[in-house]
Design a protein around this ligand. Structure first.
Ligand SMILES: Cc1ncc(COP(=O)(O)O)c(C=O)c1O
Ligand SMILES: N[C@@H](CCCC[NH3+])C(=O)O
Length: 410
């Protein structure tokens, strides 16, 4: 978002024009930022055959998927539904890596039938795959390295007590199943968590993967997961992509020599590609002074952006309709009937009833984690790309809340 002559713009379109045309609350994504971020990653690892598999769960709108596909990304999916939306967006089945957790074997069979890449994270499902398909269906293995990494405990998934991945301590059992069914293991994968700022975590992961890889002669790729840190607070540290690119590429090329074949290097970022591109634009319903606090109550809340309440996540907030206002301190809260804080103790340009606030970094895990709690409608989504703002999801209406309900007659 840029401020030019007292007006805020997203991708050269005035923010207030977007609100006038599409209403609020509205999620707005800057397509140029998404494309730029993808190019940063592609370039950081340009010395090796790198593939970026966008983690669709971060933002699953089909238009965003199409944009990323056009720019050369593949897809990382966690459910059969995400995978099907990916196929509808035009991804080839083999460019979609399906990495489910705790799904039934039926869903994995469906993924095999669709021709998706398969990545399994538990031994019973490897066993089912072997029994049904033997060596004919290649699959990757997601490992748990016992590394604690990530911005908060809820998004740390590579530690010993996590439900994700097969523990590196269980390699003997893995090898038993692999040999029993002559499984074709085509990739190894580790994702340790989200919001990881230390490049060293990826290097540590790499060294574990490189050691284990020597036992698997049919590998095509090593998948280092996602989790790159984006700046939420002004001055926040982020993953240094250039440094990581240099160090990891060198280590990878050294490994490929030892392995005897050049493999592909995969990443599956969500936040890095779409977080900073997204804004949730909301309108101020009320400015409420209490004996302790000035609350700004907006026409949105944890139903649309759950990250602040779920992870204590910090999202920067800007008053876009009063850039001249005198700065004051507020608690920005939602209209949901829960403690529903979007940002506490924030200094904003004076907020008046009707003012439009932009909540930043809302591209990743914003709309995709939204709900209809309190029977509130979900917002519209707009993509700004090449100077144009286009509606990519209609705002919900009351009928959307009722369409699957069946009225009992008494
Ligand atoms: C397996 C896997 N890959 C990729 C991601 C994307 O993570 P991030 O959005 O932090 O890049 C996640 C989410 O944490 C994940 O669980
Ligand atoms: N939803 C998390 C990140 C992904 C967690 C999934 N493993 C967040 O908003 O930070």
């Amino acid at each position: 978002m840029q401020l030019k002559e007292n007006q805020y713009y997203i991708g050269n379109v005035p923010v207030l024009d977007i609100c006038r045309e599409f209403g609020t609350p509205v999620y707005v994504y800057d397509g140029n930022t998404i494309v730029e971020k993808l190019h940063i990653l592609q370039e950081a690892f340009s010395g090796v055959p790198v593939k970026i598999k966008y983690a669709a769960k971060a933002l699953t709108n089909i238009s965003v998927l199409k944009l990323l596909k056009k720019e050369g990304a593949g897809l990382d999916t966690v459910s059969i539904q995400e995978s099907r939306i990916g196929l509808m967006a035009g991804f080839a089945p083999e460019d979609i890596m399906y990495t489910p957790n705790c799904v039934s074997f039926d869903e994995i069979e469906e993924a095999v039938e669709l021709g998706l890449g398969i990545n399994l994270d538990n031994i019973p499902m490897l066993e089912h795959l072997g029994k049904k398909y033997g060596s004919t269906v290649p699959c990757a293995i997601r490992l748990n390295p016992h590394i604690v990494a990530g911005g908060n405990t809820k998004i740390q998934v590579g530690h010993k007590y996590s439900k994700f991945g097969i523990s590196v301590e269980q390699m003997p059992q893995v090898m038993e199943v692999v040999h029993k069914y002559k499984l074709t293991i085509n990739g190894l994968h580790i994702h340790t968590g989200s919001d990881i700022k230390e490049a060293d975590v990826f290097l540590q992961t790499a060294s574990i993967l490189f050691d284990l890889a020597m036992q698997f002669p049919h590998l095509k790729f090593i998948n280092f997961g996602g989790g790159f840190k984006v700046p939420y607070k002004p001055g926040d540290h982020t993953t240094n992509m250039k440094e990581l690119g240099r160090k990891l590429s060198d280590a990878f090329l050294g490994f490929c020599k030892r392995y005897g074949k050049t493999l592909e290097m995969w990443f599956e970022p969500g936040k890095f590609l779409v977080s900073e591109a997204g804004y949730l634009l909301v309108q101020t319903n009320v400015v409420k002074q209490t004996p302790t606090t000035v609350f700004v109550g907006v026409n949105s809340g944890m139903n649309h952006l759950i990250r602040p309440m779920m992870y204590d996540a910090y999202h920067d907030i800007v008053n876009v309709s009063n850039p001249d206002g005198a700065p004051k301190e507020y608690n920005v809260v939602g209209y949901i009937c829960e403690t529903d804080t979007i940002g506490a103790n924030r200094t904003l340009d004076e907020v008046r009833e009707g003012d439009i606030l932009a909540i930043k970094n809302a591209g990743a895990y914003g709309f995709s984690m939204s709900s209809n709690y309190n029977s509130r409608l979900r917002p519209a989504e707009v993509l700004v790309y090449q100077g144009q703002a286009k509606l990519i999801r209609r705002r919900e209406v009351l009928d959307d809340l009722l369409k699957n309900q069946v009225e009992a007659n008494f």
